[in-house]
Design a protein around this ligand. Structure first.
Ligand code: NAI
Length: 398
């Protein structure tokens, strides 16, 4: 029987056998999905004694899709994800010289997935450049729809950029374009709605997960109305909608300038719980923070619209063409993304089992080459051997 996840007035309704579309992904996507799906299924089966199970539905995107259908992102794929609300995906090869700038961006825009959520935590045993990596436990909320990613840009030397520069100089009395003859121009929109829906999601997440502090990260000292607006509207939202929790001390909102943030996450990562950032700052911070705890091979991510319920959980790394098809890739980023998906469905018990199995493997120095090669005397496991270890651990946790 087909059972669908639905958004209701009371939140997400999740049947016991929900249909969840998956995009296998290109390159290492095929190596890691192959092992991830049985692991997710096993964790769910063990957690709920076989009463719950995901009905996986493959949908196409990326190179695999192009080869089969001639399209990088078929309408059926979008329709299936729209209909099922929740999906998971591996990495996608970005078409070079095609109409779509990025498939990931296209998916986010189509479904208005405004929050990019990246929990960054340390697993014992994983190599890290920090002395005390366990102090890093930060959840990133990156705004996903605005900022320079809106793609409003004109190239130097074109009639269009000249028109914009003329407008700025003549009608807006802008005198500070240093080299007007050779400038390209980019515009970044940052809105009240866009900022507040993201910051609201970050606050709700903090409250739900027992985290106290939400830090607004911005560059408002320089960009007063866009980045500064993000900060200001964040405080206004908190005062208006969360006055009681602020007063009780169960929620603290503060802010920090983006460059100082990048310094403090290295010096004092324990100062942050949940952080809300504009799109570009969030992009930089996500990779910097991921590197602190073991890199992109193990960092999970999700793109979510908390209003409609649409959410795509994804491995955060690319297709890794250098190791694709060699049974070497680390499936952890995808597996931890699946844990986020299970949490999102309120199937936390299954997520917990899978995370514990991963933590246990790392603690025993069982890891794939990307991590093992950074340690002394740590033999690398193949993708399949690492996954077998995880399956054994799951069974042992039964
Ligand atoms: P990449 O993330 O694919 O690779 C960077 C390095 O990390 C490589 O040395 C690779 O071997 C390693 N790596 C990545 N994932 C790994 C894993 N699971 N296990 C072990 N090692 C791993 O980034 P790159 O090379 O810049 O991009 C390759 C392709 O992926 C491009 O077509 C790019 O557009 C696409 N891409 C797609 C993304 C997505 O769909 N979310 C994100 C980033 C890139």
């Amino acid at each position: 029987m087909t059972e669908k996840i639905r958004m209701t007035a009371d939140g997400l309704f999740v049947p016991n056998h929900p249909v969840i579309p998956y995009i296998e992904g290109d390159g290492v996507g095929q190596d890691i999905w192959k092992v991830a799906q049985p692991l997710i299924d096993r964790a769910v089966a063990i957690a709920y004694d076989g009463e719950r199970a995901i009905q996986w539905q493959e949908v196409l995107a990326g190179k695999k899709s192009f080869e089969k259908t001639g399209q990088w992102l078929p309408a059926e794929t979008l329709a299936a994800i729209k209909d099922s609300l929740v999906a998971i995906k591996g990495p996608l090869e970005t078409p070079v010289g095609e109409g779509i700038r990025s498939l990931n961006v296209a998916l986010r825009q189509e479904l208005d997935l405004y929050a990019c959520v990246r929990p960054i935590r340390y697993f014992k045993g994983v190599p890290s450049p920090l002395k005390n990596p366990e102090k890093t436990d930060i959840t990133i909320f990156r705004e996903n729809t605005e900022d320079i990613y809106a793609g409003i840009e004109w190239e130097t030397g074109t009639p269009r950029v000249q028109k914009v520069i003329d407008f700025l100089r003549e009608e807006m009395q802008v005198e500070k374009i240093r080299f007007p003859e050779t400038s390209s121009i980019g515009i970044k929109p940052i809105s009240i709605e866009g900022s507040q829906r993201l910051i609201r999601s970050a606050i709700e997440y903090a409250l739900k997960n027992g985290k106290k502090k939400v830090t607004l990260v911005h560059k408002g000292n320089i960009q007063k109305f866009t980045e500064g607006g993000f900060r200001k509207w964040g405080y206004e939202l908190a005062q208006k909608e969360y006055a009681d929790v602020l007063e009780s001390g169960n929620l603290v909102i503060n802010d920090i300038i983006a460059d100082n943030f990048l310094q403090q996450i290295l010096l004092k990562p324990e100062a942050f719980d949940v952080v809300a950032l504009t799109n570009l700052n969030g992009d930089y911070a996500s990779d910097a923070l991921a590197a602190q705890v073991g890199g992109i091979g193990i960092s999970p991510g999700a793109n979510i619209n908390y209003k409609t319920g649409h959410a795509i959980f994804e491995a955060t790394h690319g297709t890794a063409p250098d190791i694709a098809g060699q049974n070497k890739a680390n499936p952890t980023s995808l597996l931890l993304s699946a844990c986020m998906l299970l949490d999102y469905l309120s199937w936390e018990k299954a997520a917990h089992l899978l995370r514990n199995a991963i933590a246990d493997a790392f603690a025993q120095q069982e890891m794939t080459a990307d991590l093992a090669n950074l340690l002394d005397d740590c033999p690398a496991l193949s993708t399949s051997s690492f996954s077998e270890k995880l399956l054994e651990k799951l069974d042992a946790l039964k």
